[in-house]
Design a protein around this ligand. Structure first.
Ligand SMILES: O=C(O)[C@H]1O[C@H](OP(=O)(O)OP(=O)(O)OC[C@H]2O[C@@H](n3ccc(=O)[nH]c3=O)[C@H](O)[C@@H]2O)[C@H](O)[C@@H](O)[C@@H]1O
Length: 312
């Protein structure tokens, strides 16, 4: 310290004439003395090897922020709970997920609503009751976590939700062929509206698609990678092509707008709450058996289907 003090006073004396030279000389002589340069080099070497060996820990804080930001956009409520290690105070319940189920009063939708409410989520059902029935969800009407809205998804709707399960569309050939223009509008405009909502509020989106995207398939059984064999102008096209367009829109919103999406291709469903006049094969056979009528097998009877039981 003493030496330092002396040097600085010396350098002060020379300042008027050779300020820069003397300063660098002082610095050089300071570094060269007592192997200080060696320690500086050693420190530099240690620091470089640390950053070389653990590059992630160096970038860690910024990528963690990115992940949180991305998740926050997708699911603002859950990220809100996770940030700043938020532990809820004792006695305060974790907020439930807010979920909208379009077609939630339908045969498949109402079983989904049962599951979501049973696991503690808050559910808003949006249904125009074309094939859905209030009876299917009547047992939830007193539940504070349940809401029922009569609305046609062909028109836009704004709801603050975390997740969207988009089921709205008649699924039985008898029903979807009844008004084909309405069917394709539901699939195209309805899906656009719900994807727009997902993008706007940062919600995760699930589209219930169908095995009919494979059309009259040439491959059996159909793998997800199979692109189908679909008639674009047939009487079933309003549903087949409608659902194919819905899948396209879903993937475009995912790729183009970063919406988190899922697509489930559901096959031939049956089970409790299915209308007796649904028109699909299982309900037809059951209805005919109950009426002691002969079961009608269309065509040569060699066709195959994958059946899916709902509600168990
Ligand atoms: O299986 C599926 O994946 C699809 O099932 C139905 O489409 P479809 O198969 O035509 O439904 P059904 O009307 O139940 O017909 C199944 C088969 O049974 C036959 N069938 C139907 C009714 C009947 O009374 N008798 C009969 O033999 C039909 O000709 C057909 O070959 C739905 O429309 C789709 O949403 C679903 O994805």
């Amino acid at each position: 310290m003493k030496q330092l003090h002396r040097q600085s006073s010396i350098s002060k004396q020379h300042r008027p004439h050779h300020h820069r030279t003397s300063l660098s000389r002082t610095l050089a002589s300071y570094l060269l003395r007592e192997q200080r340069l060696l320690f500086v080099l050693l420190g530099f070497l240690l620091a470089s090897s640390f950053f070389f060996l653990y590059p992630h820990s160096a970038a860690g804080s910024s990528s963690a922020t990115n992940i949180t930001a991305a998740f926050a956009r997708k699911n603002p409520r859950s990220s809100g709970a996770s940030s700043s290690a938020r532990r809820l105070p004792v006695g305060v319940r974790k907020p439930s997920l807010r979920i909208v189920v379009t077609g939630g009063a339908g045969f498949v939708g109402s079983h989904l609503v049962d599951k979501l409410l049973a696991r503690g989520d808050s559910v808003i059902v949006v249904d125009n009751f074309f094939t859905g029935r209030k009876d299917n969800v009547a047992h939830h009407l007193g539940n504070p976590r349940f809401e029922l809205i009569r609305h046609d998804v062909v028109e836009p709707i704004l709801l603050e939700v975390d997740q969207i399960y988009h089921l709205a569309c008649p699924a039985s050939p008898v029903h979807y062929k009844f008004n084909p223009i309405k069917t394709i509008k539901t699939n195209v405009m309805g899906t656009l509206n719900m994807l727009g909502l997902a993008k706007r509020v940062g919600a995760r989106f699930l589209l219930t698609s169908t095995s009919e995207v494979y059309g009259d398939p040439l491959e059996h059984p159909q793998k997800e990678s199979y692109w189908g064999h679909v008639n674009p102008i047939g009487v079933r096209s309003c549903y087949d092509e409608g659902k194919r367009t819905a899948e396209t829109l879903t993937m475009d919103y995912h790729r183009g707008a970063g919406v988190e999406v899922r697509i489930a291709r559901i096959f031939n469903t049956y089970g409790p709450r299915m209308c007796l006049d649904d028109g699909r094969v299982v309900s037809n056979f059951v209805a005919q058996a109950l009426r002691k009528q002969p079961m009608t097998v269309y065509g040569d009877g060699k066709q195959t289907r994958s059946f899916q039981l709902m509600g168990w």
